[in-house]
Design a protein around this ligand. Structure first.
Ligand SMILES: Nc1ncnc2c1ncn2[C@@H]1O[C@H](COP(=O)(O)OP(=O)(O)OP(=O)(O)O)[C@@H](O)[C@H]1O
Ligand SMILES: [Mg+2]
Length: 276
């Protein structure tokens, strides 16, 4: 996979650079598959820093982040966790889906994300000052956020927040071509297909197809699949378990892929599909 290619669409790269230069942590928000992880990987290359990724979840403890003592061969040995390693290395530490982590686990980040830039390893009795090269980046998808999992304002306000979304059509076509090698005309049809579904999203209330699924569809097309089949298995099938909705979307997708006049998505197709 090409981690060095990132299609810029707004101010995100400049803001990331400026935040890095001023040692301010960055919070990326946006729907699944819109390019958050790719941006962090790309910026790792641009800034010449390794990226240490931590996937956050309910059971993640502060010890999982900073480290713990373990017994090995009769000795008690301290092992740095990934956060401590990232700080010591001066890496970009990327905490993915940070909203999934419990508040008490995130508390360890407070001293690291303000002017102190210091990690307190209470159990080891050690204090680690972050080198200038260290940067913390977190991300979450606002669509998955529940009131139970709100991030505290005291946490959120420590970050520069960069809100990401899907690329404009022409740039998304460019991503598909570059990531899959598919021809431009096919990429344009796939993007048009996704756009028509995204435009119908306000009546459907599910997370619309992402750039990720479009890249997958484009890869299948590049490998010889028909556009309709590629769209069916990559774009439509993951959207909804409701067969009736999928049926309506299939008509919408077919209209885009077969070149029918779909400049304005026909919401009656969806409504008809839901009812049938
Ligand atoms: N701006 C972009 N430039 C290049 N590729 C992109 C871009 N946006 C999305 N992609 C493509 O879409 C894929 C998914 O993007 P990425 O993994 O960064 O999504 P994400 O926002 O991190 O999603 P999730 O929240 O599910 O982790 C990438 O592997 C890449 O192929
Ligand atoms: Mg990601």
């Amino acid at each position: 996979m090409r981690r060095d290619f990132y299609q810029v669409s707004g101010r995100e790269v400049d803001l990331f650079r400026q935040a890095y230069a001023q040692r301010v942590p960055v919070m990326l928000t946006g729907p699944t598959g819109c390019g958050k992880t790719r941006l962090v990987e790309y910026m790792g290359g641009v800034l010449n820093r390794p990226v240490v990724t931590i996937s956050c979840h309910d059971d993640l403890t502060s010890s999982d982040l900073v480290g713990r003592y373990t017994v090995s061969g009769g000795d008690v040995v301290w092992h740095d966790g990934p956060l401590t390693r990232a700080v010591k290395e001066g890496a970009i530490c990327y905490m993915d889906e940070v909203v999934e982590a419990r508040h008490d686990s995130l508390a360890v980040l407070h001293s690291l994300t303000d002017h102190r830039r210091t990690l307190f390893l209470d159990r080891a009795g050690a204090v680690v000052e972050a080198p200038d090269a260290f940067m913390l980046v977190c991300s979450y998808n606002p669509a998955y956020r529940s009131s139970l999992k709100e991030l505290k304002p005291s946490f959120r306000q420590r970050f520069v927040t960069v809100a990401m979304t899907y690329l404009p059509a022409e740039l998304e076509v460019q991503v598909l071509v570059s990531e899959s090698g598919v021809d431009r005309a096919a990429a344009q049809r796939l993007v048009k297909c996704a756009s028509s579904i995204r435009n119908a999203d306000d009546v459907l209330h599910f997370e619309p197809p992402s750039t990720r699924v479009l890249v997958t569809a484009a890869k299948l097309v590049a490998a010889g699949a028909s556009e309709l089949e590629a769209a069916e298995v990559s774009i439509l099938a993951p959207l909804s378990n409701d067969g009736a909705i999928t049926e309506g979307l299939r008509e919408l997708a077919a209209a885009s892929l077969l070149g029918a006049n779909t400049t304005a998505p026909d919401r009656r197709v969806i409504a008809g599909g839901v009812k049938s």
